[in-house]
Ligand binder design. Structure first.
Ligand code: NAD
Ligand code: IPM
Ligand code: MN
Length: 353
């Protein structure tokens, strides 16, 4: 029996609804497999925790997490309670950085039983490799002067190591898929970081002659996602561009509530963190109608990462069966609750295996 210690951090808002749902399902998957056991420990780190303790997690929080095999996180942020830059930099972004989860893997594809807002989305199946440790997300900068002369400077950081790492990871993914990598750039408008990004992309691509490459400005690429999604296989993008592209990808899939993501420590030195693309959805939190599929599909990414691809495939099959049966939450124009979707997936798994 392989035992995995998993730190569960439901976080804020609907994280508290979709994480327990996905944990129940992962427990059923483990039972069916027979050789996996999840040892869950839940942590209440969230905006509520901040209001009580003045911080998003205890000062030894990162050390605590280091002792786990993986992290399963819902969402962080309750902007009416705590400003987002405080809650996110105090928990989500801090974990990504300190545990060196430098790759954010975000697949987007049209599942069976889903309706895309696009007319011809049939072959929509891509993966965004988002650089997850630096880029436009920095705390470097500041405010200068006051009043009408006020200036705000926000610096971006692109290191050769992290840029190259994201690109190599993207090329490796492409080798397992359709051998295409598209780089998201903006070297026409951003004068230092993006020409550097292009240069590293060209250099890395010479090591992968079998992979077709293309470099597209982020504005045009965002439009291609809508007009020519079938032409895209692997997209490699900086932190901010990858963030934006993956919400567009989620919308093409039918809802932000479905999109999965994995923050990977590729060297497996520290735990990786599995966390869907969506946020805490304060507008629907507490109503029992959050779509749990993003969190559940994220569970599949954790199974894949741990080497249980066959169980991951089974889980995706259960998700598609449920969608094809019309058991959908309101974001997918259905009437089902979080609980009903969860139960339907569990019943499918138990009936099939
Ligand atoms: P959001 O993803 O929380 O919500 C955007 C819209 O999508 C809302 O209408 C919401 O109801 C809907 N939605 C999202 N997930 C859904 C689901 N599973 N089922 C059904 N509908 C769903 O984005 P936002 O409103 O910009 O952010 C809300 C808070 O979450 C903010 O504090 C933000 O910073 C934070 N956030 C956190 C993460 C994260 O922790 N990974 C990601 C994005 C946003
Ligand atoms: C995401 C989120 C986060 C990000 C925010 C909440 C900081 O949007 O995971 O996609 O931009 O990385
Ligand atoms: Mn985002």
């Amino acid at each position: 029996m392989e035992k995995y210690a998993i730190a569960a951090i439901p976080g804020d808002g609907i994280g508290n609804e979709v994480v327990p749902a996905a944990m129940r399902i992962l427990d059923v998957v483990a039972e069916i497999h027979g050789g996996i056991q999840w040892e869950w420990t839940s942590f209440p780190w969230s905006c509520q925790y901040y209001l009580q303790h003045g911080m998003m997690m205890p000062s030894e929080g990162i050390d605590i997490l280091r002792s786990f095999d993986q992290i399963f996180l819902g969402a962080v942020g309750m902007p009416n309670l705590v400003p987002d830059h405080i809650s996110l930099w105090g928990l989500l972004i801090r974990i990504r950085r300190e545990l060196e989860q430098s790759i954010n893997l975000r697949p987007a594809r049209l599942l069976k039983g889903l309706r895309s807002p696009l007319l011809h989305p049939a072959d929509f199946d891509l993966v965004v490799i988002r650089e997850n440790s630096e880029g436009e997300y920095t705390e470097i900068g500041g405010r200068m002067k006051k009043g009408e002369d006020e200036i705000v400077v926000q610096n971006a950081v692109f290191t050769r190591k992290a840029t190259e790492r994201a690109m190599r990871y993207a090329f490796e993914q492409a080798k397992k898929r359709r051998n295409q990598v598209t780089s998201a750039t903006k070297s026409n408008g951003i004068s230092h970081s993006m020409p550097f990004w292009d240069e590293v992309f060209r250099e890395v691509s010479t090591d992968y002659p079998q992979v077709t490459t293309s470099s597209q400005h982020i504005d045009a690429l965002t439009a291609f996602l809508i007009t020519r999604p079938h032409d895209l296989d692997v997209i490699v993008a900086s932190n901010l561009f990858g963030d934006i592209l993956t919400d567009v990808g989620a919308a093409i899939m039918g809802s932000i509530g479905i999109a999965p993501a994995a923050n990977l420590n590729v060297d497996r030195k520290y735990p990786s963190m599995f966390e869907p693309v969506h946020g805490s959805a304060p507008d629907i939190a507490g109503q029992g109608i959050a779509n749990p599929l993003g969190q559940i599909w994220t569970g599949k990414l954790m199974l894949d990462f741990l080497g249980y691809e066959e169980m991951g495939t089974l889980l995706l099959e259960a998700i598609e069966f449920t969608l094809q049966s019309g058991i959908k939450t309101p974001d997918l124009h259905g009437k089902a609750t979080t609980e009903e979707v969860t139960t339907a997936i569990i019943e499918y798994l138990q009936k099939t295996c």
